[in-house]
Design a protein around this ligand. Structure first.
Ligand code: TUI
Length: 310
C-alpha cells in the first residue's frame, strides 16, 4: 500500500509507532522500522544525552529510517531538538505543545517534521509554519490527549490541510487502518498495540494489564486542569479522580503522578503507576513481534480496501 506518507518517509507500510514516553526506546523503534513501518524513539521527559544514546543504539540495530518524538514539555526540549539535527535523524514528531520555534532549524537540516495535533486550528498553523505532515490524534489515545475523537478529527483535518494526515487514537488493527484511509488519512500511528510487542521492554505486569483490558477500562485524569491524560484504571486513578472531584489543586495531583509512568513501565507497579493506554486496549489480545503485528494489520486492511492504491 503506497501513500503520500510511505513515499515521504521511504517506508514500506503506512504504520507509524507512537513515540511513547519510557515505552518507545531503541529496541521497539528499531523493530518497527525493520518490519517496514516507522519506528520512533520517544524522548518523553528524558535528558538530551540519553536521547542521543538511544538514537545511536537504534542506528546499530537498523539501517532503515526511524524517527524521534520530542515531548515539548521536556525541560531539555531545546537540547533534544539540537541532538535530532546533530545525529542526522530523518523524521521528528512532536507532542504536547507547539513546536514552532524548532521548525526552521529542522527544515534547514532536512528533517521531516510531523507535529502531533489535536485540533484543526493547530493543524492549519503547523502547515503554514512548514510541517511536512501532521498526526491527527483523537482522544481515544493513551497519554496526554485533546478533546475530539479520531472519527471527527481526522476528516476535518484532512479537509483543512493539503499536507498528509496520519490518524491516531483508537487504531490497533487492519479495520482501523482501512477506516483511517477512508477518513482521508495517509497512514496511521499506533501506540497501545506496540506496548505489548515482544520487542517492547515494558514490564510484563503492564503488558498483562493492557492485554486484559476491556473497552471501558481507561480513565481520563486531569481534565479539570486542562491536562487530560488517558490511562488504565487502577488505585492511582481512583485516588486521583477522587481528589480531582474534590477540587484538589494541580500541584497536589501532580505529586501523585510524579515518576508514576516510570514506576509502571520499568518497575511494573500497576497499583500506583500510570498505565497509559488507549481505549482500543480491549482489542489488543496477544503479545506478537512487531513484524507479526504489521503484516497482520496490512493483510486485513488490504483485504478490506480491495487493494486501493492512493
Ligand atoms: O503528547 C502526546 N501524548 C503524550 S505526552 C505524554 S508525557 C506526559 N506525561 C505525563 C503527563 C503529561 C504528559 C504522554 N502522552 N500526544 C500528542 C498530543 N499533543 N496530544 C495532544 C497534543 C497537543 C496539545 C496541545 C498538541 C498541541 C497542543 O497545542 C498547545 C499549544 O501550545 O497551542
Amino acid at each position: 500500500m503506497k501513500t503520500r506518507i510511505t513515499d515521504m518517509l521511504g517506508i514500506e507500510y503506512p504504520i507509524i509507532q507512537g513515540g511513547m514516553a519510557w515505552v518507545a526506546e531503541h529496541h521497539l523503534a528499531a523493530a518497527v522500522s525493520e518490519a517496514g513501518g516507522m519506528g520512533l524513539i520517544g524522548a518523553g521527559g528524558a535528558p538530551a544525552e540519553f536521547v542521543r544514546e538511544q538514537i545511536r543504539k537504534a542506528k546499530e540495530m537498523t539501517q532503515k529510517p526511524f524517527g524521534v518524538n520530542l515531548m515539548l514539555m521536556n525541560p531539555e526540549a531545546d537540547a533534544i531538538a539540537q541532538v535530532i539535527v546533530e545525529e542526522g535523524v530523518k523524521v521528528v514528531t512532536t507532542g504536547a505543545g507547539n513546536p514552532g520555534k524548532y521548525l526552521a532549524m529542522w527544515k534547514a537540516a532536512g528533517v521531516k517534521i510531523i507535529p502531533v495535533i489535536a485540533s484543526v486550528a493547530m493543524a492549519k498553523m503547523m502547515e503554514r509554519a512548514g510541517a511536512d505532515a501532521v498526526v491527527a490524534e483523537g482522544c481515544e489515545s493513551g497519554g496526554h490527549i485533546g478533546y475530539s475523537t479520531t472519527m471527527t478529527l481526522v476528516p476535518q483535518v484532512a479537509d483543512a490541510v493539503n499536507i498528509p494526515v496520519i490518524a491516531a487514537g483508537g487504531i490497533a488493527d487492519g479495520r482501523g487502518l482501512a477506516a483511517a484511509i477512508m477518513l482521508g488519512a495517509d497512514a496511521v500511528q499506533m501506540g497501545t498495540r506496540f506496548i505489548v510487542a515482544q520487542e517492547s521492554i515494558v514490564h510484563d505486569n503492564y503488558k498483562k494489564k493492557v492485554l486484559a483490558a476491556k473497552d471501558i477500562d481507561s480513565e481520563v485524569t486531569g481534565m479539570s486542569h486542562g491536562h487530560p491524560v488517558r490511562q488504565l484504571r487502577n488505585q492511582m486513578t481512583r485516588e486521583y479522580l477522587k481528589l480531582e472531584k474534590g477540587g484538589a489543586p494541580f500541584e497536589e495531583l501532580e505529586q501523585l503522578t510524579l515518576g508514576a509512568l516510570r514506576k509502571a513501565v520499568v518497575e511494573g507497579d500497576v497499583v500506583n503507576g500510570t498505565l497509559m493506554a488507549g481505549q482500543i486496549a480491549g482489542l489488543v489480545r496477544a503479545e506478537q513481534t512487531c513484524r507479526e503485528m504489521i503484516l497482520e494489520i496490512m493483510g486485513q486492511a488490504e483485504d478490506l480496501l480491495g487493494r486501493v492504491v492512493r
